[in-house]
Ligand binder design. Sequence first.
Ligand code: PLP
Ligand code: ZN
Length: 418
Amino acid sequence: MALRNVTGARCTICGRVTPAEPETTVCPHCGGILDIEYDYDYIRSCFRKQPLTERNDPTMWRYLELLPVEGLGTRPRLRVGGSPLYQADALGKELGIRELWIKDDGQNPTASLKDRASAMAVIKAGEAGKTTIACSSTGNAASSLAGNAAAAGLSTFIFVPSRAPKGKVAQLMMFGATVILVEGSYEDTFRISAEAIDRWGWYNRNAAINPYLMEGKKTVSLEIAEQLGFRMPDYVAVSVGDGCTIGGVWKGFKDLYQAGMIDRLPRIISVQASGCCPINTAAAAGTMEWVPQEENTLADSIAVGVPRNPVKALRAISESNGVIVNVSDEEIMAAMRLLGRRAGVFAEPAGAAGTAGVKKAIETGLIEKDASVVSIVTGNGLKDVNNAIRAAGEPMSIRPELDALLEAFEARDIKIPE
Ligand SMILES: *Cc1c(COP(=O)(O)O)cnc(C)c1O
Ligand SMILES: [Zn+2]
């Protein structure tokens, strides 16, 4: 059954268009990753700013005309999307930028932006008549799939590298997923999950293979635009692992532009960890030929040495005339503290990496001080408490006596006005 607003799925490699079926994955001709294409004339005829503000669905599904779903037959149970966009004046001032906004996507049901893709996966699995979904993940795609599937009554097989932070593994267990910890890199994890999916025919939620997931992720940009009254910021910063998130962010803005909802596009700031930055390295060299790298960063969600969606990521950077920034683990931890202390936002390392990139881009003159920037916080800090404590430090600890408290204050040079 054809979707009214979708015209097909175009291959990012050979350019051929295939019909967009619920189980469509990669290009049947060359194996390239597909991109969902829309009938923008049709969308223009039914999608308007004014009625949008009158809609009372606060979730990502309020943008149904721009999404590749039939209607919400298998109604999503969790409240995905509708995350806050904060004007972060104090943090912006500290970073030395005129206008800074924080899009806190750690406030999704399973506490990361990945919920937007998983909610989409659950709907498409339903359309495909599947009751089991599988994925491999650095952690958040897994926990979000497990949560969204549990809410929809579907079962899940989840493959994560054994290095995944405890918080994320705890989420998986709590949501009742069948969890397979793979002793190896994310690359190994991805490969074994693909073999298992092939063998047992589960619905595939691997973001780089399934073109619909990026369509879910793009809703973060639709929200940013609406929350800013459709006035585009100069820059949008996001951290990059596989490349699906940055691809989705860019697709969202491009779709809005083609649907006539915004009149200019922001430049994308692509942030990777300096210990694992194959996409930024290729982008900086002006080539699509990326080279695998080691996965040396505490930001586990973007520790992706073999990116699965380099084409869409590299295109997002080049088409948007993007900015490339690599940040060290120290810079990521500094951004975690700044987000916490100046904006009250608790981010996991990969969630704070975008903001670390903004800070560095300002310091190094890559972006102008009078610019407006939206920084997307992609995941919540409670998922990875070990690194949070590593970044923020240990608290003082005392015997339960006033003397001990005074001593502890003195040792830390804490002076309290009488
Ligand atoms: C997955 C993830 C990213 C990066 O998304 P990719 O699609 O892998 O590039 C960034 N931050 C967090 C918190 C994530 O979970
Ligand atoms: Zn192709």
